[in-house]
Design a binder for this molecule. Sequence first.
Ligand code: AMP
Length: 192
Amino acid sequence: MVRLILLGPPGAGKGTQAQALAEHWQTPHISTGDLLRAAVSNHTSLGVEAQSYMQRGELVPDHLVISMIRERLNQADTQRGWILDGFPRNATQANSLDDLLAEIDQAYDCAANLDVPDEILIARMLGRGRQDDTEATIRRRLEVYRERTAPLISFYRDRQRLKSIDGNAEVADITEAIKQSVGNFRPATEPS
Ligand code: AMP
């Protein structure tokens, strides 16, 4: 069983990696960005509330994303592992995740941080063509990442659960590096 947190700036390739790893481990990929975008297109009350934050590149309020994650991690398919992509995004969310996992008697294997230089992030996001990928929003998302999310690198390093990975390598090599680092954090008796 694998429980992995993917960290990294917007555009680092977390979604691409999460998808490949979810297939490899046959485990759910939980992307708060995808869940929020689905809520927006379904015009749910969550979507209506989240939309303006997303369009501005700001974080959606913590209580909304935390309750979304709480609900998801209580579903049957996530009892056998998960890959978190885009959550946690700040210290409040990271602490809430710790509390939630303690409550449901789960623990993460490690947080893999995808390291990518800014110029590459911007180019990748501009090439993606997502609705919130305008230049101003991209700039704001990077600022928010630096202010609120990057401190989580030391949060997980302090817990001896951090693995930094070069996110500027070939996609398949990055996938391999993540698999390897998760293996190193897990008990030797579990199959990979
Ligand atoms: P992403 O697809 O992860 O880049 O997320 C797209 C947008 O959704 C972000 O710019 C935020 O507005 C919002 N979002 C996604 N995940 C979170 C989160 N964990 N906390 C707050 N806002 C989030």
